[in-house]
Design a protein around this ligand. Structure first.
Ligand code: ADP
Ligand code: ZN
Ligand code: ZN
Length: 709
């Protein structure tokens, strides 16, 4: 007897190969089983999707190849996982094979069943060696707000939006919710107890918040074992990723902490998904399948719950500045909004102080009153954060004689001047050269930086604060934290530790300093260059700026004793801008309401639905020709009359690494219509590739629910 399993393998997104390939097998293979199969001249990893005993019509035995091997040490990937993958592929317009295989750890692709068996044995041995302690779970006494939130969590099955101020103790809520899930011994549900209960906790960038990982380990490892908490993120080695993945898949890990990729982890006992800082743009993938891990979290919880009823899988989205999409869903009652407005210990949020740059000395990088306030804090032994979203010394180097600027030869962008290693670096393609001694065009020796980045502000501040003393009489210390200073492994932890220990008085940095850190002695936070976002063409820019400033402000005054005097300073040329009025009151609901009204009037998300068709080509003409041809041939497709196709336009940074980039916005008032149209458009897009006008096309992609347009 033979079986004809359809097997999903990694097919390139644009290969046009259908969902799954049919193979031959002597054995009946359960859906979700991992196999090795021949593909062309290689042998690849595949996932069994279906296994009929009848040969599909129109396929001869000679046309099929046999399954080469089964990874039989592993339980199959369950139905819910496969449903998640299938939904993601459909929704984000990619091939099933691409999404399914990208969701598995890369190293799994290289292992045969013997090697895998060895890995599993090693894991089992290590797990057995860990002493099974029965540690006590500890934790804070809950604040009334935390207790209310947990009470509400326990009684709702809808997605929860936990709207909690910075410092309101959201993490403790996640910890308690996790604890109650883990203590539920039997998973229950119609599928029976197949695995111990599990929790997925997602964070935007795990490296930036080592504290969160530490808190989960500290809380749960004593009771559930050293292997009970694992991480999953792209900074791990392939071996570490495989190890965490196996732990999650086999149920050995009870808690997975991860970045957006963790949404695809196989978690047979999943009962709770936490998405911390749910508004963070890094939950949206910008390559391959451009999925939103936050949106998939909501979907995943729904399918898990449907399969597990009466047991359920809960999803909690937490933020002090939720995305407008989630906020709107809560307004509509699709999500349950739980609010924790107060800070732990009763401290207040920092007071906003706007510095009108129109009234400051010409050319001042830091306004004198801000400097004076910083000096005062340092003298009191308090700390300051200075936020500037631009790394390097200066964004441009220029010659004032002939007008030369440090453009990148490969991109339509300037190369950034990095003074420390005297380089000009392109932040888009990476092209780096030593700073020229003289102007390359006219030989003028006097080439100068224009604008400023974190390196320069650090240098400036060190000079300006040189006479300022700390309470012990020692000089003030300024440090910098950005992608450059934290490139080396472990350096971020060292820099954070220097701040926590009080070694550093002023930390200058990019948005990474604003993330979830629980600093205790910061009483002043300054945003010194926020204006560009006020007038950006991107309609999400205000939302992002508001979130960033609230987040940054949230680093200050976390110690209630000092919170009364804590301040958030913002330097701006536009102090009358309405965004600042709501920021001043820490009034996110008012800000969100205002933004949502504007969005509704303009038919923008979450009231309208968008996708981008993007094209990269050797010439801008070819990129646009592809888009135009795709638009032309969309005529007559289903739901075309409900879709608006905008003209093809170059991207803001039109050329990167010698590739020209263009895009076309696709919009509809109906998500379903947009989805159906995009699905019908796919074959057209594949065909347009070979349009003679589009010669030189390098790649194209569809981005559903894009973050920037
Ligand atoms: P958020 O994530 O909402 O910004 P955190 O979870 O970081 O806030 O909590 C802020 C601080 O308050 C942390 O240092 C945390 O340990 C502490 N904390 C949280 N809940 C309590 C509580 N119930 N009692 C005392 N301290 C708490
Ligand atoms: Zn010159
Ligand atoms: Zn470049």
């Amino acid at each position: 007897m033979a079986f004809w399993p359809s097997i999903v393998v990694a097919t390139p997104a644009h290969s046009g190969v259908g969902a799954a390939l049919t193979y031959r097998s002597e054995l009946s293979l359960a859906p979700g089983v991992l196999v090795r199969v021949p593909l062309g001249s290689r042998e690849v990893l595949g996932v069994v999707w279906d296994c009929p005993s009848e040969r599909p019509e129109g396929l001869t035995e000679a046309q099929t190849r046999a399954v080469a091997g089964v990874l039989d040490g592993l339980p199959p990937l369950n139905d819910r996982w496969r449903q998640l993958v299938k939904f993601s592929a459909q929704y984000y317009q990619r091939s099933l094979g691409e999404v399914a295989l990208a969701a598995l750890p890369p190293q799994l692709r290289e292992l045969d069943s013997v090697q895998l068996a060895r890995r599993l044995k090693k894991r089992a041995k290590a797990a057995a060696a860990e002493p099974a302690t029965t540690g006590e779970l500890s934790g804070h006494d809950l604040s009334p707000e935390q207790a209310d939130a947990l009470q509400a969590l326990a009684t709702t099955s809808a997605p929860v939006l936990l709207f909690g101020a910075t410092g309101s103790g959201k993490t403790e809520v996640y910890l308690r919710a996790t604890q109650s899930v883990l203590e539920t011994a039997t998973p229950g549900g119609t599928n029976g107890p197949e695995s111990p209960t599990q929790v997925l906790v997602m964070v935007p960038e795990i490296n930036l918040t080592p504290q969160l990982e530490a808190r989960f380990r500290e809380r749960f490892e004593p009771a559930f074992g050293a292997g009970s908490v694992v991480c999953l993120h792209s900074g791990m080695t392939p071996a570490q990723r495989l190890s965490s993945w196996l732990a999650a898949h086999t149920g050995a890990a009870r808690i997975v902490l991860g970045t957006r990729m963790a949404i695809f982890a196989s978690l047979p006992g999943l009962r709770l998904i936490v998405v911390d800082e749910e508004h963070d743009p890094s939950y949206k993938s910008q390559e391959g399948a451009r999925y939103s891990a936050r949106d998939l979290a909501v979907y995943r919880a729904k399918i898990e719950s449907e399969a597990l009823a009466p047991a359920r899988c809960q999803v909690v989205l937490g933020s002090a500045t939720p995305s407008l999409e989630s906020w709107h869903a809560a307004d509509q009652g699709r999500y349950v909004r739980l609010t924790m407005p107060g800070r732990i210990g009763g401290g207040s949020l920092p007071r906003l102080r706007l510095v009108d740059m129109n009234h400051q000395p010409k050319g001042a990088v830091l306004a004198p009153p801000l400097l004076a306030a910083m000096a005062e804090r340092i003298e009191r032994g308090e700390q300051c954060l200075v936020l500037l979203n631009r790394r390097g010394y200066a964004p441009v180097l220029a010659c004032h004689d002939c007008g030369w600027k440090s453009g990148c030869p490969h991109c339509s962008a300037y190369r950034v001047f990095h003074k420390l290693d005297r380089t000009l670096r392109c932040h888009h393609c990476g092209f780096t050269e030593r700073v020229p001694r003289a102007c390359p065009d006219c030989g003028n020796l006097d080439i100068a930086p224009v604008g400023r980045g974190t390196e320069q502000v650090e240098e400036h501040l060190a000079a300006l604060l040189v006479d300022v003393k700390r309470p012990d009489g020692s000089p003030a210390r300024v440090a910098r934290m950005d992608a450059d200073s934290t490139r080396l492994k472990g350096s971020l932890e060292v820099q954070l530790a220097a701040l926590h220990s009080g070694e550093v008085d002023v930390l200058v940095g990019t948005q990474m300093i604003a993330k979830g850190h629980d600093f205790r002695r910061i009483t002043l936070v300054a945003g010194i260059n926020a204006d560009s976002a006020l007038f950006a063409s991107d309609y999400r820019a205000p939302e992002r700026l508001f979130a960033l400033l609230m987040q940054a402000a949230g680093r200050a005054g976390r110690d209630a004793a000092q919170s009364g005097a804590s301040e958030m300073w913002v330097q701006t040329w536009y102090p009358q801008h309405p965004l600042f009025a709501t920021l001043k009151k820490h009034d996110y609901p008012a800000f969100a309401a205002g933004q949502l009204t504007e969005r509704e009037q303009a038919g923008m998300p979450p009231y309208g639905f968008q996708a981008l068709l993007r094209a990269d080509a050797r010439t801008q003409q070819a990129a646009q020709a592809f888009l135009n041809s795709a638009a032309g041939q969309a005529a007559g497709l289903p739901h075309r009359d409900e879709i608006t196709l905008y003209p093809a336009v170059p991207l803001t940074i039109q050329r990167v690494a010698n590739v020209e980039r263009a895009q076309m916005l696709v919009e509809s008032a109906s998500r379903a219509a947009l989805q159906r149209f995009l699905a019908a458009w796919q074959p057209v897009l594949h065909a347009c590739r070979s349009d003679p006008q589009a010669r030189g096309l390098v790649r194209w992609a569809v981005d559903v629910d894009p973050m920037t347009i």
